[in-house]
Design a protein around this ligand. Structure first.
Ligand code: TNX
Length: 542
C-alpha cells in the first residue's frame, strides 16, 4: 500500500505543486563565494514581483521572460522598491557599494525576498544567470530557492566567444540564441566574424556590391561527415545582415550584458571584397569570384592593393561599422595576409618605396595603422590577429593570438593587451572525439579536458609579472564545416561551458572532477531544455 502512495505523492509533486531547490553547489561557472544560510528556502510563485531600479528595467523584463520559459510562471515587473512594498519579490538593485567591482553581483535569498545587487548591467545579468541555476528546471506553481548569499565577479575582463558567419551564415534568430548562450555562461563579448574570402555579410551603404555580389558564392557544402571527404554542389549560397538586423542584435546583446565586436578582416582574407570591387586588388583586370571552397588563397588574389581608392574604401567601411556598433573595439582581422601579390605588383612596390616601407610586412602594418587611425577618430581601438605584430604597432592595438601561446606572450612582452585564443585548445572547430564516425571538423583532437585545463596567463608571463596584459581569452568557432545551427551547438557544447569557468573562476578554485559533476547535473539537462545540439560522449573521449 505504501509504495503506490509514495508514487502518487511524487507524481503530485512532479505535476507541478512544488520542487526541491537545486543545490547551491552546482553553479557554472563556479562563483567566488557561496554561503548557504541553512534557513527556510525562498518561494517564487506567480505572485512574486520583479522589482528593478531604473538602470535595470530591461533586465527585469529579460528575467521575466527567462522565468516564464523555465518555470512557466509569469511574474509582474514593477519599478522601484516602493512599488513592491512587502510583496514577495526579486529585487534588481543598483548598489555600487555592495558590488563595487565591474560585472560583480551579490545575490541574497532569504525570507520572501531575493535581491541581486550590482553596479552595472553585466553584473546584474550575471546574478540573474546564477538565480536561474538556483531555480528548478521545470514548470511549477511554487519554485524554491535555497536561502543563500553569493558574492561573485569575474577573473578576466574579456570573456569572448567568436562566430564565423562568412563560411556559413546563420539566421538572426540563431545569432540571438547564441547570444543567450553567451549570457548564460557569463561571457561578455560576442566576436562576430562578418567577412572573409567566402562571403561578405554586412550591409554597407556606400558599397552595395559588397552584399549584392560579395555575399554570394556558387557552392554549398553537402557532406558533413568525418568518414567522407567534404562534398559541395554548385548551388548558390549566401546572404547578409541588414543594418536594421544588426542594430536589433546589438541591442539584444546589450540587454544581456554582451558587447558585440564586429570583425572586418583585411588586408588579406578579402576575396569577397575583390569579387565585388576588383579595383581594390593588385589585378583589377581579372574576374575574381567569391571563394567557393576553404583554405588559404595564396594563388587566388585575396589581398587588398594599397591605392587611394582602397584606403577611401576602408575609411568609409570602417566608418559605417564604427557608427553601427557601440563597441569600444573593432576587430580588423590582419591574419594570414599573403605577400606574393604585393611582391608581384609594380604599383604596390612603387607605393612602398614612396612611403618608405622596406618590405611587405611593413606594408601590412601600414594598412593596420591606417585603419587604426580611421577608427581612433571614432573613438575605437583595434583588435587584430597576432600577425598585426609582424611590423611595429603602437601599443593601443589589442592582440588576439590564434597560433600558440607564444605569440600572446610576445605581444604581452611588448606591452600590448592580449586576448588569448590559441588554436589548441580554444578552436572549437576541432574534434571533440576520436570517433571515426564523428561529424566533420578541422585541426585534429581538442577535447573538453584540454579546454578546462587551459590557463590563460602563461607561466612565463606570471614569472615576469606581466600577467596583467592578459585581458582574457576567447573560443573561436570557424564554420567551414558547420552548415546549420545545431552543428554549431554540437561543436561548442560542452567546451564553451568549460571555457566559461576558465575565464570566470579563480584558478585555485577550478576542479575538473567537480566541474564534470556540475556539467552532468546542471548543464546537460539545460542543453536539453534549450533544445540545443551538444556533444554527448565527452566522458568517453576526455
Ligand atoms: C585559420 S585563425 C583562420 C581562419 C580559418 C581557421 C580554420 C585565423 C585568424 N584564420 O580563416 O577559418 O584557420 O580553423
Amino acid at each position: 500500500l505504501r509504495l503506490p502512495l509514495v508514487a502518487l505523492l511524487l507524481l503530485v509533486l512532479s505535476l507541478g505543486g512544488h520542487a526541491q531547490p537545486p543545490s547551491v553547489n552546482n553553479i557554472i561557472p563556479k562563483p567566488v563565494w557561496v554561503n548557504a544560510l541553512g534557513k527556510k528556502p525562498v518561494p517564487v510563485t506567480a505572485q512574486t514581483v520583479i522589482v528593478a531600479d531604473a538602470p535595470f528595467q530591461e533586465q527585469a523584463t529579460y528575467l521575466q521572460g527567462l522565468l516564464q520559459k523555465q518555470l512557466g510562471l509569469t511574474l509582474k515587473v514593477v519599478q522601484g522598491a516602493k512599488a513592491a512594498g512587502n510583496a514577495a519579490q526579486i529585487y534588481l538593485k543598483n548598489d555600487p557599494s555592495a558590488a563595487p567591482k565591474p560585472e560583480m553581483y551579490v545575490l541574497q535569498a532569504q525570507g520572501n525576498q531575493i535581491t541581486v545587487k550590482a553596479k552595472d548591467v553585466p553584473g546584474v545579468v550575471h546574478g540573474l544567470q546564477t538565480l536561474l541555476q538556483l531555480l528548478p528546471l521545470q514548470k511549477v506553481k511554487t519554485a524554491e530557492v535555497a536561502a543563500v548569499e553569493i558574492k561573485d565577479y569575474p577573473r578576466f575582463a574579456y570573456r569572448g566567444m567568436h562566430l564565423d558567419v562568412s563560411r556559413h551564415i546563420f539566421p538572426v534568430e540563431f545569432i540571438k540564441k547564441y547570444i543567450d548562450y553567451l549570457a548564460f555562461h557569463k561571457f561578455n563579448t560576442f566576436h562576430w566574424h562578418l567577412t572573409d574570402d567566402q562571403g561578405w555579410r554586412l550591409q554597407i551603404d556606400a558599397y552595395p556590391k559588397l552584399t549584392s555580389v560579395g555575399a554570394w558564392r556558387n557552392s554549398t557544402l553537402i557532406g558533413h561527415f568525418k568518414d567522407q571527404p567534404a562534398r559541395y554542389d554548385s548551388t548558390r549560397y549566401g546572404g547578409f545582415y541588414t543594418k536594421d538586423q544588426v542594430r536589433d542584435i546589438v541591442k539584444y546583446a546589450a540587454v544581456r550584458g554582451i558587447n558585440v565586436v564586429p570583425e572586418i578582416d583585411i588586408p588579406g582574407h578579402s576575396r569577397a571584397i575583390i569579387a565585388a570591387y576588383p579595383e581594390f586588388s593588385t589585378r583589377p583586370d581579372t574576374t575574381w569570384q567569391v571563394a567557393n571552397t576553404w583554405g588559404m588563397y595564396n594563388r587566388q588574389n585575396n589581398v587588398l592593393a594599397p591605392n587611394s581608392q582602397t584606403f577611401k574604401f576602408l575609411e568609409t567601411v570602417f566608418g559605417e561599422v564604427a557608427d553601427l556598433f557601440p563597441s569600444p573595439y573593432v576587430h580588423i582581422g590582419g591574419d594570414e595576409c599573403s605577400k606574393m601579390w604585393w611582391k608581384a605588383d609594380p604599383k604596390t612596390q612603387a607605393f612602398m618605396k614612396a612611403n618608405g616601407l622596406k618590405d611587405e610586412k611593413e606594408l601590412q602594418t601600414y594598412f593596420i595603422t591606417q585603419v587604426a587611425g580611421y577608427l581612433a577618430k571614432k573613438n575605437k581601438k583595434i583588435i587584430g590577429w597576432h600577425e598585426i605584430l609582424e611590423g611595429k604597432l603602437d601599443t593601443t592595438a589589442i592582440v588576439m593570438n590564434w597560433g600558440g601561446a607564444k605569440e600572446g606572450i610576445a605581444a604581452a612582452q611588448l606591452k600590448h593587451p592580449v586576448i588569448m585564443s590559441p588554436g589548441k585548445p580554444l578552436y572549437f572547430d576541432a574534434y571533440q572525439s576520436k570517433d571515426p564516425k564523428d561529424s566533420l571538423a578541422i585541426h585534429g583532437y581538442n577535447p573538453l579536458d584540454a579546454v578546462y585545463n587551459f590557463e590563460p596567463v602563461p607561466a612565463e608571463l606570471k614569472q615576469q609579472n606581466l600577467g596583467r596584459y592578459i585581458m582574457g581569452a576567447q573560443g573561436n568557432v570557424w564554420t567551414e564545416y558547420m552548415g546549420y545551427p545545431s552543428k554549431v551547438e554540437y561543436m561548442v557544447f560542452p567546451r564553451m561551458t568549460a571555457l566559461s569557468e576558465v575565464l570566470w573562476t579563480e584558478e585555485k578554485q577550478k576542479n575538473l572532477t567537480d566541474f564534470k559533476k556540475r556539467l552532468q547535473q546542471n548543464m546537460i539537462p539545460r542543453y536539453q531544455f534549450w533544445g540545443s545540439g551538444y556533444f554527448k560522449d565527452f566522458e568517453k573521449w576526455t
